[in-house]
Ligand binder design. Structure first.
Ligand code: ZN
Length: 193
């Protein structure tokens, strides 16, 4: 039986309104909020990943310059999507939220086999985390109106990569909610003993 978790990747001040903001970042905020509220109401775990770098030493900073530095206001999840009690928060220092974190252990303990991947940027942290999920055997769902990138072109490329090479199911957040409602209300499949 499919068991889901909602991943909300890097919806931080830095990537929504700051130095490395995604073009359509503001437009995905209400869609992610809707999906997060739905998930909480149906017992689907909500897992935030938060880019958070040590000043001066993290490899990524060589490429992008200072961003999402630990302790800075830019490294915080935006107010509209603040994690609630019962949500999980994973801090990461690389694009892939599985790398050097306990995300995989958490998802296995939660008995998750399908990850819904949302957030920023479609072709960087979202795509790399989706790849991390693929390598570990998770199925991937990407609601296309819940991810954003620096440009439309990069956004499209990221989606295409995840669809073609990671087997990600792409659909809108409304379609996903309808799909989840059907699956979650379906009677459990018969167990043969
Ligand atoms: Zn970073």
């Amino acid at each position: 039986m499919a068991s889901y978790a909602l991943l909300i990747i890097d919806m931080l001040e830095e990537f929504v309104r700051g130095r490395l903001k995604a073009e359509a970042a503001e437009s995905i905020v209400p869609n992610i909020k809707k999906l997060a509220d739905f998930s909480r109401s149906r017992g689907i775990p909500v897992v935030y990943t938060v880019d958070q770098h040590y000043p001066g030493i993290d490899k990524e900073l060589e490429l992008w310059g200072p961003h999402a530095i630990k302790g800075d206001p830019e490294s915080k999840v935006i107010k509209e999507l603040e994690p609630l009690d019962g949500d999980y928060v994973i801090y990461k220092r690389r694009y892939d939220a599985f790398f050097g974190t306990d995300l995989d252990m958490l998802l296995r303990e939660l008995k998750v086999n399908n990850v819904i991947v949302t957030g920023i940027h479609t072709h960087i942290c979202v795509q790399q985390t989706a790849a991390g999920a693929f390598y570990r055997g998770y199925n991937i769902v990407v609601p296309i109106d819940c991810v954003a990138a620096a440009t439309r072109e990069w956004h499209e490329r990221g989606l295409e990569y995840m669809r073609s090479f990671l087997g990600a199911e792409l659909l809108t957040s409304c379609e996903l909610i309808e799909k989840l409602k059907k699956e979650l209300s379906a009677p459990p499949s018969r167990v043969y003993v």
